[in-house]
Design a protein around this ligand. Sequence first.
Ligand SMILES: Cc1cc2nc3c(=O)[nH]c(=O)nc-3n(C[C@H](O)[C@H](O)[C@H](O)COP(=O)(O)OP(=O)(O)OC[C@H]3O[C@@H](n4cnc5c(N)ncnc54)[C@H](O)[C@@H]3O)c2cc1C
Ligand SMILES: Cc1cc2nc3c(=O)[nH]c(=O)nc-3n(C[C@H](O)[C@H](O)[C@H](O)COP(=O)(O)O)c2cc1C
Length: 783
Amino acid sequence: MKIAIIGGGPAGLYAAILLRKQRPQADITVYERNRTDDTFGFGVVFSDATLDNFEKYDQPSYRRITQEFAYWDDIAVHFRGTVHRVGGNGFCGCSRRTLLMILQERARELGVILRFETDIEDEARLADADLIILADGINSRFREKHSDHFQTEIDLRSNKFAWMGSTRPLDAFTFIFQETEWGPFIAHAYQYEAGRSTWIFETDPNTFEKAGLEGLDEKHSADRMAEIFGWFLDGHPLLTNRSTWRNFPMIRNKRWVKDKMVLLGDAKASAHFSIGSGTKLAMEDAIALADAMQSAPTVATALKQYEEGRREEVEKTQHAADVSLVWFEHVDRFWDFDPVQFAFGVMTRSKAITYDNLTLRAPDFVAKVDQAFARHVRDSGFDVDVEKPATPMFQPFRLREMKVPNRAVVSPMCMYSARDGLPGDFHLVHYGSRAIGGAGLIFTEMTCVGPDARITPGCAGLWNDAQEAAWRRIVDFVHANSAAKFALQIGHAGRKGATKLMWDGMDRPLEEGGWDVISASPIPYFPDSRVPREMDRAAMDAVKAAFVAAAERGERCGFDMLELHCAHGYLLASFISPLTNNRSDEYGGSLQGRLRFPLEVFEALRAVWPAHKPMSVRISATDWAEGGITGDDAVVIARSFAEAGVDLVDVSAGQTVREAQPIYGRMFQTPFSDQVRNEARVATMCVGNITTSDQVNTILAGGRADLVALGRPHLVDPFFTMKAAAWYGADGMFCPQQYLPGKDQIFRNSVRDRQDFEDLKIKAKPKTRAELKEEASKPLAAE
Ligand SMILES: Cc1cc2nc3c(=O)[nH]c(=O)nc-3n(C[C@H](O)[C@H](O)[C@H](O)COP(=O)(O)OP(=O)(O)OC[C@H]3O[C@@H](n4cnc5c(N)ncnc54)[C@H](O)[C@@H]3O)c2cc1C
Ligand SMILES: Cc1cc2nc3c(=O)[nH]c(=O)nc-3n(C[C@H](O)[C@H](O)[C@H](O)COP(=O)(O)O)c2cc1C
């Protein structure tokens, strides 16, 4: 077999090594346009897990690589004169040049042919190869040439970065966040061999321009960085090697294979340097390709297998990298955070590290995070313990005069079980048990302001006296038997009205017994949905009056809070999104115009809703669709409602148009809450695939939301919050006296369960290489 590899970087060389090991007879050639030791960059970084993989696949190169490595365990975050260190991270650094030398040597040893100073211009030259591996890096010529086939997407990110080196020794992966007269600069730095460290500098485009870096040559821009970070460099110089400033390209390809050609490494997919995974991804691609070549009967099936088997892992890493790079791009959002909370945000930015995970690894650090959180709570008027505080989830929160005992919320969820809008026994049990279960705040399902405002015939309403009495009964029960506060969500279905119950066909039009629907514009949801009537001013007045009447009834029921539903494509949302509003009057056009009617309704409600009670608005912070609402719009929307007196923005997403393409994942909507909270400076509640109390604490401690709502988890577990309270030992949870023995038991048992769990976790955790190295260097204890 003949294999041609274009590119002698980590991907190409490691693929050559692994394939040659499998096929000692194969003719494998690596073509590299540079000279043998002509490499850019300084250090590369691998996690312990990646090294374990290398150990499995090629012992000799693994051994040589690990002999050369610098190990460290800690991540250090420098911010506003403070430094926070977190251990247990298990990373290693090595010089990129040394890594390539080791791989070249090993490849030669195995009989791979290495052709340096050979720039491949056209793959036709390699026509006789059975397999052509395109490992030609981030600017891959061959990916570009066939970009229509590979369906390449290149997202050039806004921040500027430059890769430099230094002789400054470092004992931790070091992030330095540096305020300057021009704006914030960030250094990502780590040592990769004795006396050598990598320094990646990053800043936003405005700061870059103001700092006069545009057009500066390598030396002068290194001098500027040395001025900024001089206090830390401690007299050590900054070194350059093709250290020009550039914008990071996030590269994705919908296809990785063309005939007998396959993309590997950066050519195929890039991952932002802030998660240190570029070289790791490149070498693990080589492993995946070698595995596929081992097991598949033909090259074609191997390539298919490689692409199918590897894609998910690569996309997961890229997603983590995306989330991380966005955090760094928006670092100014967090600049006024307490430094320890800021450091917690750095650590947990890409979801891989969580509150519980850090509690195991760095309990003192998390204790400080908790204390800082508790101090804010105390400053907002609560008498909470700041020395030994409860976890963030169990800290109280205030909105106007409403105090919620903890931060867990039952998200609004339609039960589709009302008759003529009348909530019944099901609702009493449903809301009653969730309130007793311990959540600090529970929301009603979308409660419709009129019979024609309903989504389905099963939706609850609040437009007549019978409904008012039924809701009052439920509110009274909740208040009498729990500490939960109760929020009423009111809404109008708009064009998504007159549809079937969820279990009969979500959003599908009723075949019988439907009613006329209205919307901002006459655009049906499905092609076969009812075409909504475009609302005129009279319809707007009628809808506004219906909302006001429902709010007045809600106040008489005794609800503690009122939420206006402006999300998910329902009536008010249909005004806000440009995808559902094509009006030419003052209620359409710009975002300001599209917000006019929802704001008018909100203001009318605020006028009748008691001043001491809070109001929230639920928004879809993105439509997940081309041309629709984006996170930036959500900031403007939130600000506009905040100016009108909203106390909390309930940040949901999507459900505006059928063709939306949400990016699902754990806590997938939380970045929007983060953006709205920290840019619009308004309190937020986040929601969406949040399933554990660990995630709740991670979100709250990182300052990404003030309250955390859980929908589906509460459907199957009304006692989610009570159980979490027991787990975290959060004293002071209200429990009705009938259930106290159960509460006592779970709180007692949880102390032991938690201890067992932590012991197991600590035992199960393999020692990091840094820990092993430290152990090995200690003198043996005297007998
Ligand atoms: C300026 C810069 C500095 C970097 N520094 C670091 C760092 O310090 N640490 C780190 O972890 N990561 C660094 N990276 C990222 C890291 O290099 C990549 O993620 C990783 O090297 C990807 O490996 P690869 O084999 O896919 O690509 P590369 O390492 O880029 O290798 C591709 C190779 O293909 C060769 N090539 C390209 N076209 C042709 C052709 N037509 N014919 C023959 N040869 C060709 C190139 O010369 C290159 O050697 C850096 C990236 C850049 C752009
Ligand atoms: C059955 C069901 C009904 C829902 N009804 C409503 C509703 O009435 N009002 C609303 O704003 N959101 C509603 N939602 C959305 C939820 O409040 C929540 O945003 C969504 O389920 C995502 O959170 P989760 O992943 O915790 O479930 C509903 C969701 C479900 C699953």
